[in-house]
Design a binder for this molecule. Structure first.
Ligand code: FAD
Length: 368
């Protein structure tokens, strides 16, 4: 059987080239880059073949995500959003909805997922967006913030209150009442198309509603499971880019008559970076194995992978800046971008603290 992601890394290398810093500076990934990858199904490679997808395993998609993350965290962020949108539709949608939406996402349309609101960040139970049934339609009202990739998206999967529970709804951005406003100059992943989304009496067919009536936090956990693992693999990519840049620099830059790498305190930074990369890789591999085998540990393993990898990436990127010195102080340097991008990974998809709270609950409830 042909490997579903054969040639994907080479395509990404061709498309990104040395342009990631320019995209970061301009805050934009060119449309043709996103559309080329989306049309090949590479932004949501786990979609089953029945729906035109590549049916990549989590392990294979994870390694691919790390590769994209090592080249451009903004592009990897768009990929995480697309994959999370597809996963949410797969998890919550009916067979008709799978057939309606998944081929679009695997075939070139771009999507984002909106949970966060001005007053609902870590505490998504404070969400106030409503998806109100009205005959054979629904009306969506609310405001979402920081939606990654919303600037590029054709469709936004919006999570909101629905009856006594919650639902997600697939909102085409061209629907009257939808306004997408870019977040100006974010500190990292600057080309990921983060935007606030205003939903003013947005009327959609009732068939656009996914998973109506579920408990809100159950729905959120299920949608975020994909996003957390994807971000975790993205952090592996950040660490690999930092390790490459730091060891390359330490070999050739000479101070006090010898290469930096031969100064033991610099060597310690390199050792720590390698350790971080290995820890993050192993914990992501474990989570992807759980995902691919359908293990009941899949959700917790994803939270663990996200928590560990984001912390390691933030620490590892800081160590890489230290090794490069002023070379990493130039805006757009791979390590300078990594430093800004990695810190944001500690905030999103459940911040480090929120992941720790989930892991603490899990630890307490584990059988003796
Ligand atoms: P707050 O919830 O206000 O938290 C601030 C700090 O307090 C954090 O350190 C947090 O960990 C800590 N804290 C909060 N509660 C507790 C607690 N109980 N115990 C201990 N510490 C606590 N949202 C989307 O819906 N879709 C997206 O695609 C998306 N992409 C994003 C991309 C980026 C780059 C960023 C920055 C944000 C994105 N978000 C997105 C929003 C993101 O999910 C939230 O920023 C995140 O959930 C944290 O919420 P907050 O920023 O409001 O921080």
């Amino acid at each position: 059987m042909p490997e579903p992601l054969a040639g994907a890394r080479e395509l990404v290398d061709d498309l990104v080239g040395d342009r990631a810093a320019e995209w970061d500076r301009n805050g934009l990934i060119p449309d043709d880059v996103l559309r080329t990858l989306a049309a090949r199904g590479l932004l949501c490679a786990g979609v089953p073949e029945t729906f035109g997808g590549l049916a990549a395993s989590s392990a294979a998609n994870g390694e691919f995500t790390a590769h994209v993350g090592s080249r451009c965290s903004s592009l990897r962020s768009v990929m995480t959003s697309q994959g999370m949108a597809a996963w949410t539709i797969q998890r919550l949608g009916s067979p008709q909805q799978h057939a309606q939406y998944l081929p679009k996402l695997a075939g070139g349309r771009l999507a984002a997922v909106a949970f966060s609101e001005p007053e609902a960040g870590s505490d998504l139970s404070a969400m106030t967006t409503t998806i109100e049934p009205d005959g054979d339609t629904v009306v969506v009202r609310g405001q979402k913030v920081w939606t990654t990739a919303a600037h590029y998206a054709d469709l936004i999967v919006v999570v909101g209150r629905h009856g006594s529970g919650a639902a997600a709804v697939v909102v085409p951005v061209s629907t009257p009442g939808v306004t997408v406003r870019r977040v100006p100059r974010p500190s990292g992943c600057r080309a990921a198309g983060h935007a606030d989304v205003h939903l003013d009496d947005v009327r959609l067919p009732a068939t656009a509603v996914l998973g109506g009536g579920q408990p809100l936090m159950l729905l959120v956990t299920s949608a975020l499971a994909y996003g957390r693992l994807s971000v975790a693999w993205g952090c592996v990519g950040i660490l690999r880019a930092c390790l490459d840049a730091a060891r390359g620099h330490a070999r050739v830059r000479r101070q006090f008559g010898k290469p930096l790498a031969e100064h033991q305190l610099v060597g310690r930074h390199l050792a720590n970076l390698l350790t971080s990369e290995q820890i993050a890789t192993r914990v992501c591999e474990h989570a992807s194995r759980c995902w691919d085998s359908g293990s009941p540990d899949m959700v917790v393993a994803g939270v663990l992978a996200k928590q560990v990898s984001a912390v390691q990436a933030a620490q590892g990127a800081a160590a890489a800046v230290q090794v490069l010195g002023s070379a990493a102080a130039h805006e757009g340097h791979v390590v300078e971008r990594a430093y800004r991008d990695a810190k944001l990974m500690e905030l999103i998809e459940g911040s480090t603290e929120i992941c720790q709270l989930i892991l603490a609950d899990h630890a307490v409830s584990m059988p003796a």
